[in-house]
Design a protein around this ligand. Structure first.
Ligand SMILES: Nc1ncnc2c1ncn2[C@@H]1O[C@H](COP(=O)(O)OP(=O)(O)O)[C@@H](O)[C@H]1O
Ligand SMILES: [Mg+2]
Length: 249
């Protein structure tokens, strides 16, 4: 479904991704973890072309997408939903309109049909009663669930999540993870940048550990958590699971 072939990304002199080769099967749920600044966001943003690559190839469902512009790029993005850390909802639109925007403007769907689809998605994320609420009237967890519903609006084949729970209060993280759990079981292809190791352990088919622009580990959760092969991954996991232990070490 998604293939990276020798992908490099540079920002000027900064070599952010250093030769990524990666193949993700249809329906696979992949968790991406690694230290801050290691290139995780860049990696997933390349897939729906929020970033452009410097070298190499990304192939989606058999097609290299690097040269795609305009309508073709727009069509690609309707096949790939993206969920941001900061939700990125439109503040001046209510929940329903946030979801219908792309349906109406990009797909040209009639308003009645788009509204029905939005309401169905709001119900799916447990917010059937919030269709008319504006982002400022919703908790972080509710806003993120609206953002997930929006990402699902065009019935994408791929869902990308960039630290979807990192901006949330602890008590609302669970409601977002519950929606993501349901999606992981639905058969959609998912790439999730997250430090929620509970989610990774329970739902990932595979965990990627990335450090300084290189994938150092690609392993089944059971193997990754039992004994990551690379010392940097071991250290990362130790810090994540027991920050205090690491601090006194
Ligand atoms: N638009 C940009 N211009 C310059 N440097 C960038 C840009 N975007 C990301 N970077 C740099 O690329 C590196 C990787 O960033 P990112 O992919 O956001 O890492 P992560 O998501 O793992 O924290 C960081 O050093 C970051 O500062
Ligand atoms: Mg990031």
């Amino acid at each position: 479904m998604i293939e990276f072939r020798g992908v490099h990304k540079r920002h000027g002199d900064l070599h952010v991704l250093k030769g990524i080769d990666l193949s993700i099967a249809r329906g696979e749920v992949v968790v991406v973890c690694g230290p801050s600044g290691s290139g995780k966001s860049t990696l997933i943003r390349l897939i729906n072309r929020l970033e452009t690559l410097s070298e190499g190839e990304i192939v989606i469902d058999g097609q290299a997408t690097a040269g795609w512009r305009g309508r073709r790029l727009q069509a690609l993005r309707t096949r790939i939903g993206f969920v941001f850390q900061q939700f990125n909802l439109y503040a001046h639109l209510d929940a329903r309109s946030n979801i219908t925007l792309a349906l109406r403007k990009v797909l040209g769907m009639p308003a009645v049909e788009a509204d029905a689809r939005a309401d169905e998605l709001l119900a799916r994320v447990g917010l059937a009663d919030k269709a008319g609420a504006f982002p400022s009237q919703l908790s972080g967890g509710q806003q993120q669930r609206v953002a997930i519903a929006r990402a699902l609006a065009t019935r994408p084949e791929i869902l990308l999540f960039d630290e979807p729970t990192s901006a949330l209060d602890p008590e609302t993280i669970g409601e977002v993870l519950a929606v993501m759990r349901e999606l992981a079981h639905s058969g959609i292809t998912m790439l999730v940048v997250t430090h929620e190791m509970g989610f990774a352990r329970e739902l990932a088919d595979r965990i990627l550990f990335i450090d300084q622009g290189t994938i150092l580990e690609s392993a089944a959760p059971a193997d990754f958590f039992r004994a990551p092969a690379h010392p940097r991954a071991q250290r990362f996991l130790r810090q994540l699971l027991s920050p205090l232990h690491e601090a006194v070490e």
